[in-house]
Write a protein that binds this ligand. Structure first.
Ligand code: SF4
Length: 301
């Protein structure tokens, strides 16, 4: 019987929500299955900080109870620890697939609060459907999404996406997302203004395709833990996650959301709060850093 982090996949399936997306209300995501996993004790000890020298560290030294890993086999343990610490994240916030797509585009280079204001404007003007957006003028759309910043650029991206939806899939999100993952990903990446993180967010959170979304937080955590290099490419990090985990879109959904939570609460750009971070136990010891980073470079290149 196939196991999923020590839990029977068949048993875990019984407790999965059967809802569209993991939106608010779907609060049982693997809570039962994950509750059966042993929760590792968090060890907090004084430390000179994260390895690598590029991060201003004030956190604990890594506990020696878990081995430092230079490979991706440690990623399931990262998920387990983060899920135990934070619980389900209920991503992606949105009332429909189309709203999720809009959010994925609008959130580029801005905060989610600004995206919410833009979407509220679109909702107030009844523009939250492909058909309504197709008929709306660029000026009207721009006025709505101005709070999200880069509004001319994002207006163009939204219009490009909607034009593509109608020209290639007859305006149907069902047909769009019935496209095989690899082909649809290439199509999305071919649209002006849609990069890999946005494309993968659309595929995973709106289309339920099993692709892992790599964002700045994931990259930062891997780099600080000696598992990636600043020059490591997006696709390499995506493959790093996807090859380490079961190809399960709900797992990818939750893991990405947990990484974002870690980045917001602990792994900030400057002054990371390692002392209270659930992932502190995975930091390589200073003595192991050079070896870990060297190994990770070999792994990821
Ligand atoms: S993920 Fe947590 S422990 Fe690791 S470097 Fe960031 S703040 Fe520190």
């Amino acid at each position: 019987m196939r196991k999923f982090f020590g839990i029977s996949r068949e048993i875990a399936r019984l407790f999965e929500p059967d809802a569209f997306l993991d939106l608010p209300g779907c609060d049982r995501y693997r809570a039962f299955a994950m509750s059966l996993l042993p929760v590792l004790p968090q060890i907090v000890t004084p430390s000179p900080g994260p390895p690598g020298g590029s991060v201003a560290g004030d956190g604990p030294s890594p506990p020696r109870s878990l081995p430092v890993s230079s490979g991706h086999s440690v990623l399931p343990a990262y998920f387990e620890v983060l899920f135990a610490a934070y619980g389900p994240q209920h991503w992606w916030p949105g009332r429909s697939r189309f709203e999720v797509i809009l959010g994925a585009i609008l959130t580029q280079n801005t905060s989610w609060k600004n995206v919410e204001r833009a979407i509220a404007n679109l909702r107030a003007r009844r523009l939250l459907s492909p058909l309504a957006m197709q008929k709306a003028s660029a000026a009207r759309l721009s006025a709505c999404i101005r709070p999200a910043g880069y509004f001319r650029q994002k207006t163009q991206t939204l219009r490009t996406f909607v034009a593509f939806l109608y020209s290639s899939h007859g305006g149907s999100l069902d047909r769009l997302f019935a496209t095989p993952t690899r082909i649809l990903r290439e199509q999305l990446l071919g649209l002006h203004g849609i990069g890999p993180e946005t494309a993968d967010s659309i595929l995973l959170y709106a289309g339920k395709h099993p692709v892992f979304v790599v964002d700045a937080y994931a990259r930062r955590i891997l780099e600080r833990h000696g598992l990636a290099h600043p020059r490591t490419k997006y696709e390499q990090i995506r493959a790093f996650f996807e090859s380490a985990l079961p190809r399960d879109r709900q797992l990818f959904n939750e893991f990405h959301a947990l990484i974002v939570q870690t980045g917001k609460l602990h792994c900030r750009k400057s002054d990371p709060a390692c002392a209270t971070c659930p992932l502190a136990r995975f930091l390589p010891a200073p003595a192991d850093s050079a070896e870990a980073i060297l190994s990770s470079r070999v792994t990821l290149r």
